[in-house]
Design a protein around this ligand. Structure first.
Ligand code: TMP
Length: 246
């Protein structure tokens, strides 16, 4: 690919245009932030690992009939940090699915860490850093005119299907999928597709071989909570995915 125009730089990724209007390039950085960027750091190799994990999970979901923005993840390019994606208009909602209580759910409700949530919770947060990504209700989404009721229903259904596929897959890797965040976008023809990434940055993943509360964490909570060995947590997620798919 020739000269690329940077379209957008976020906290963890950069989006570039290519000479083909049907293809954008996502570059996965090693930069890590938490608590709305109040905490900043670097996780060595995170970009490469998150791209590889997201690539596997997008391919898995595509194989299950779930449309995503993923096109290809060319190897040997930019140290495996690049993903080619379809251009989408991002729906400004963070869709969080929770199977076990953790994080902000525990802080805001007092539900104990690890409590099973049956059925899983599907929550919407407004993707707006200035407002601190607040939790929304369906009524608020309607009042803010962010998405139609039909789109909200479709997002809930897609999130639930994705959750089932991912729970089963991670179980096969000896990993419990505690919760995760999804983002969706619309293609030029209006089709809703899964976008962004699914990685240890955006999921809580617990090692089923560890019972100790801090040792079992394989995801960005290692960075958020200063648990140490952040890179090896991420690498272990990728290693298990590769072992399980080979
Ligand atoms: P929370 O418990 O902090 O609300 O996070 C729920 C899930 O969403 C967890 O897997 C981490 C993920 N997440 C993101 O991917 N980006 C974010 O900005 C936040 C706050 C959470």
């Amino acid at each position: 690919m020739a000269e690329r125009k940077k379209l957008y730089e976020g906290k963890a990724k950069i989006l570039y245009a290519t000479e083909d209007p049907a293809v954008l390039v996502t570059y996965f950085k090693d930069d890590a932030t938490a608590f709305n960027a109040q905490k900043r750091g670097t996780i060595v190799n995170k970009g490469r690992i998150n791209n590889a994990v997201s690539t596997h999970l997008f391919q898995l979901l595509e194989a299950q009939g779930i449309a995503t923005h993923w096109i290809d993840s060319p190897q040997g390019q930019a140290d495996g940090r690049e993903m080619w994606v379809k251009p989408v208009t991002i729906v400004p909602l963070e869709v969080v699915v929770r199977n076990l209580a953790a994080g902000s759910l525990c802080r805001q409700t007092g539900i104990a860490l690890g409590t099973p949530l049956t059925p899983p919770l599907v929550e919407f947060y407004y993707k707006n850093d200035d407002l601190g990504d607040p939790l929304l209700t369906c009524d608020r989404i309607r009042a803010m005119d962010i998405a139609s009721d039909d789109t909200v229903t479709q997002l809930q259904q897609m999130a639930q299907r994705i959750n089932q596929v991912l729970i089963n897959f991670f179980n096969g890797c000896g990993i419990t999928l505690v919760d995760f965040k999804l983002e969706f976008g619309t293609l030029a023809d209006g089709t809703l597709v899964l976008a962004d990434e699914i990685s240890p940055d955006t999921c809580r993943l617990w090692n089923q071989n560890e019972t100790d509360e801090s040792r079992r964490v394989m995801d960005k909570d290692r960075f958020r909570q200063d648990l140490g060995d952040v890179e090896s947590g991420y690498q272990q997620v990728l290693d298990r995915i590769l072992a399980h798919t080979s």
